[in-house]
Design a protein around this ligand. Structure first.
Ligand code: ARG
Length: 455
């Protein structure tokens, strides 16, 4: 493609070192789509005839069909997907093919292809998030009655509906989807027409290309357009957050499935055994997902680091943008899909959950609130209940085992109705603030999410 300037062939070692077609071939559809739109602008500018354009379009479509069927031979010596397609087109149709690259550089071409690709993938990722949210809501609905201890510091804190815990993740994944859709706005700008760095002396109708490729906007600075990969960094960062959320969900699943918790069982189809210990049933999906968060974070740091020292504008370093981006997209898509499938086979163990939530210490705060309702300042109430808990620990009993006299010795504000506070049902019913897990609130949230996710 640059033979005019050179007398010697590119060294075999350099070809191997610099080729990207082994991974950027996956941009083929976007490359072809972009070239078809570009050819419309060439025709409009009178640079190719309608006849030449239709030979270009047919040729590109033919190549596309062959790639799709796995019949196309990619050549490493042609470096990347852009040159592979263009060279083959020219081999097939001659001069019209050789006109295709007019007023275009691989610098604006690759920026375009990547944007088209990420625009499509961001949509698919949102779909994957929605499927996972639906699976969480479905799991929550199947166990609408189950109450578990909520934890802070991994210490039992207060009772919550299992559904409330799962809906916390639904909220996280909703923010993730919002982030992707927001990032998509910055992906969705047409860079083609920026040329290598300074546009071109040949004037093409960029608005036409934007319309054909469904871009609502075109880039406003040719130098920025060919050097900008912010949109890819943003996407990698959104993916890192999704991976973090998946990893935290994984951690809960792993804990819940342990013999120590026993809150859930995972179906055989989504667990593995041990080659040595016959009793084992391991939550590998969750462990792998927790592990993969590391590479998704790594991909973000990798691209940021690649870009940080680059002078304006395009530098070949930027070819290193693709593998981290592809890897994070593949990794997160796969994790979202397998998690949604695994959640379908999770069952809560209502007995173990009821056993765990029957721990009366979970209601210690409710007792402090009782005193507040009997005009005791909260700080004092907190101390009184702390003493009651210490007394129980000393006597090796639980809060409901103390007598009214015991309670009244700690505070005269206690009355006979104190024991009525000490039930999980009461505790849940009282948690009525917006966002708190009263039965009505949780039911309303389940209904809200079902509605939002059905459309
Ligand atoms: N394969 C290159 C990349 O992915 C395409 C752009 C090459 N541009 C250039 N001037 N060598 O970044």
């Amino acid at each position: 493609m640059w033979k005019g300037r050179f007398k010697e062939q590119t060294a075999e070692l350099l070809q191997q070192y610099s080729e990207s077609v082994s991974f950027d071939w996956r941009l083929w559809r976007h490359d072809i789509e972009g070239s078809i739109a570009h050819s419309a602008a060439l025709e409009k500018a009178g640079l190719i005839t309608p006849e030449e354009r239709s030979r270009i379009v047919d040729g590109l479509r033919e190549i596309g069909a062959e790639i799709e069927q796995g019949r196309f031979e990619f050549k490493r010596e042609l470096e990347d997907i852009h040159m592979n397609i263009e060279a083959e087109l020219t081999r097939r149709i001659g001069d019209p093919g050789a006109k295709l690259h007019t007023a275009r550089s691989r610098n604006d071409q690759v920026a375009l292809d990547l944007r088209l690709y990420l625009r499509e993938e961001s949509g698919e990722l949102v779909g994957g998030l929605r499927d996972l949210q639906r699976a969480l809501v479905e799991l929550a609905e199947r166990h609408a009655e189950v109450v578990i201890p909520g934890y802070t510091h991994l210490q039992r804190a207060q009772p919550v509906y299992f559904a409330h815990h799962l809906l916390a993740y639904v909220e996280m994944f909703a923010r993730d989807a919002e982030r992707l859709l927001d990032c998509r706005k910055r992906i969705n700008v047409l860079p083609l027409g920026s040329g290598a760095i300074a546009g071109s002396t040949i004037l093409l109708d960029r608005e036409l290309v934007a319309r054909l490729l469904d871009f609502p906007a075109v880039t406003q600075n040719s130098m920025d357009a060919v050097s900008d990969r912010d949109f890819a960094v943003e996407l990698l960062s959104a993916l890192a957050l999704i991976a973090m959320h998946l990893s935290r969900l994984s951690e809960d699943v792993i804990l819940w499935a342990s013999s120590e918790f026993k809150f859930i069982s995972i179906s055989d189809a989504f667990t593995t055994g041990s080659s040595l210990m016959p009793q084992k049933k391991n939550p590998d999906v969750a462990e792998l997902t927790r592990g993969k968060a590391g590479r998704v974070y790594g991909n973000l740091v990798s691209l940021l680091t690649t870009l940080k020292g680059l002078p304006m504008t395009y530098n070949r370093d930027m070819q290193e943008d693709k593998e981290p981006v592809f890897d994070s997209i593949d990794t997160v898509k796969a994790a979202l899909a397998i998690f949604a499938a695994m959640l379908g086979g999770i069952r809560a163990n209502s007995e173990a959950c009821a056993q765990a939530v029957s721990d009366p210490n979970l209601l210690a705060t409710d007792l402090a609130d009782y005193l507040v309702n009997h005009a005791v300042p909260f700080r004092q109430a907190h101390e009184v209940i702390g003493k009651a808990v210490a007394l129980c620990a000393e006597r090796r009993c639980e809060l409901p085992d103390l007598t009214l006299a015991d309670y009244q010795a700690l505070s005269p504000a206690f009355e006979a109705d104190v024991f009525a506070v000490l039930t999980v049902e009461k505790s849940m019913a009282a948690r009525q603030a917006v966002g708190a897990p009263s039965p009505q609130n949780v039911a309303a949230q389940l209904a809200r999410w079902k509605g939002l996710l059905s459309s």
